[in-house]
Write a protein that binds this ligand. Structure first.
Ligand SMILES: [Zn+2]
Length: 347
């Protein structure tokens, strides 16, 4: 009996795998799962040359962004936050999860002043879940945009401390000798609000998860749900007078040129995708595929059409930007896909 069951099982599984092998079409986004990691382009030398030097035995660093500014970047080489040392105390900008337990220790390396204030740029876990390690700081003031404060209050998840103060639109803070301007920008990244933090005297600007200095933006254009807002955000950022730009991620401190380059990348991506969208005959592409598989599987036929644009767009983006920004070949398929969603459904 056991042998019979085994024989049936074997027969069924052989049958199933033979059936699977008949399927030759593989969705493009799955083809980009890295099977051969050595085929990816190495990080550009120009990007490596400007990277923070971090002692690997420590794993993080705190460095002044500009001599005498008393604005420090805290980073572990992947996330970035800031500490502003004022005459009356320290104002933190974000508290990333990855090095949250070390933030107080890092700040003590540069000042004896107490941490009095924490400002959230947006609600995402990776940038503010480290706040839970600051819960024992007495009378800690936590400031966020109103929609972020409401969201975190509703979530009440213990990882992200709930804001004590909130604002709409703009808020100017006077903290000791520092003036800090907060502004809700176009919704370009998170679902609730994305806030710019600006210190006019020091020409320091922090806008998180819009771009990555030296690299293309993260997957799906920094996980943006709003490409209209994303494309608009660059001009809003460039309207500020700044020379130091803190982007929230990866290996380097940014500057105005990084924002200009990222805007050029996003604008070029838009043009490439728009052109391919206008020049690709959807019914012709689907009709050719239907010649092989028939018209029943509508989702598959539509995906063949989308994948054709994603493939051609990716090739063009990588050819144009591969030697200018890091990670183009890693994220271009997702960038083209996100931009195509916008161009087709929202533009
Ligand atoms: Zn984010």
């Amino acid at each position: 009996m056991k042998k019979l069951i085994l024989a049936i099982a074997l027969f069924t599984s052989i049958g199933a795998s033979a059936q699977t092998e008949k399927v030759t079409y593989k969705p493009l986004m799955q083809q980009f799962v890295p099977t051969d990691l050595s085929t990816y382009r190495p990080v550009l030398k120009s990007t490596l040359d400007r990277s923070y030097k971090i002692d690997p035995t420590v794993g993080y660093t705190i460095q002044e962004t500009k001599p005498g500014s008393k604005i420090y970047v805290l980073t572990d080489g992947v996330w970035q936050s800031a500490a502003i040392v004022t005459t009356t105390g320290v104002v933190l900008l974000d508290a990333p999860e990855s090095y949250g337990m070390n933030i107080e220790k890092m700040v003590k390396q540069v000042t004896d002043k107490p941490i009095t204030t924490l400002i959230y740029t947006h609600s995402h876990n990776d940038h503010i879940s480290g706040s839970r390690y600051l819960k024992n700081i007495k009378n800690l003031e936590i400031i966020a945009a109103k929609p972020v404060a409401s969201y975190l209050k509703e979530k009440n998840d213990q990882k992200r401390l709930v804001p004590t103060n909130s604002f709409s639109g703009k808020l100017t803070l006077k903290k000791g000798d520092k003036t800090i301007e907060l502004q809700e920008l176009a919704l370009f990244h998170s679902n609730e609000s994305d806030v710019a933090v600006y210190l006019p005297k020091e020409k320091f600007l922090m806008v998180v998860d819009l771009l990555t200095p030296g690299y293309v933006p993260f997957k799906n254009l920094d996980l943006s749900n709003n490409m209209h807002g994303y494309l608009k955000a660059f001009d809003k950022v460039l309207a500020y007078d700044f020379d130091v730009f803190l982007a929230g991620h990866l290996t380097a401190l940014g500057n105005k040129e990084d924002v200009v380059v990222a805007k050029a990348y996003a604008t070029d991506l838009y043009s490439i995708v728009k052109k391919l969208y206008q020049n690709t005959d959807m019914m012709k592409v689907m009709g050719e595929a239907a010649g092989t598989i028939g018209w029943e599987n509508k989702f598959l036929l539509f995906n063949v059409y989308l994948d054709k644009i994603i493939k051609e767009g990716t090739d063009e983006v990588v050819a144009k930007w591969g030697d200018k920004l890091g990670g183009v070949d890693v994220w271009a398929p997702s960038h083209v896909s996100t931009m195509l969603n916008y161009v087709k459904w929202d533009d």
